[in-house]
Design a protein around this ligand. Structure first.
Ligand SMILES: [Cu+2]
Length: 116
C-alpha cells in the first residue's frame, strides 16, 4: 500500500513539472522572457530583417517558427556576435541565421546570410 502512495506522489510531481514547462513556453510567445526548451542552446531559423543597428550590433528580425526552441513566429531584437558581418545585411532582406545561447542566457546570432 505504501508503494502505491509513493508512485502516486511521483506521478503528481512529474505532472507539475510538465505543467510549469508549458507555462514558460507560452510566456515566450508574449516576449516577456527568452525561455527555451531545456537543453537546446543552438538553433537555426529563417526570417526577414526589419532593421540593422551596426553600432549596437543588433538586428530586429521577424523570424519564422523555430521548433528546436519551441518559439512561434515573432518579431524580436537579437544581438549578433563579432563574427557576423552586418555590412552585408539590409532591412527587408530574407536571411538564414543561427543563434546560440550564451552563458548569460542571452541568444546571439552567430551566423547570418541572405536566404536563397
Ligand atoms: Cu523570437
Amino acid at each position: 500500500m505504501k508503494k502505491l502512495v509513493a508512485m502516486a506522489a511521483l506521478a503528481m510531481a512529474v505532472f507539475a513539472l510538465t505543467a510549469s514547462a508549458e507555462e514558460k513556453a507560452m510566456d515566450h510567445g508574449e516576449m516577456k522572457s527568452v525561455e527555451t526548451v531545456p537543453g537546446e542552446t543552438e538553433a537555426g531559423g529563417v526570417g526577414v530583417i526589419n532593421s540593422v543597428d551596426a553600432d549596437k550590433g543588433t538586428v530586429n528580425i521577424t523570424h519564422e517558427p523555430m521548433p528546436e526552441l519551441g518559439w512561434p513566429t515573432m518579431t524580436m531584437d537579437l544581438p549578433v556576435t563579432k563574427k557576423v558581418d552586418l555590412g552585408g545585411i539590409k532591412a527587408g532582406e530574407k536571411v538564414d541565421f543561427r543563434i546560440k545561447l550564451g552563458r548569460d542566457k542571452q541568444y546571439r546570432v552567430i551566423e547570418m546570410k541572405a536566404a536563397k
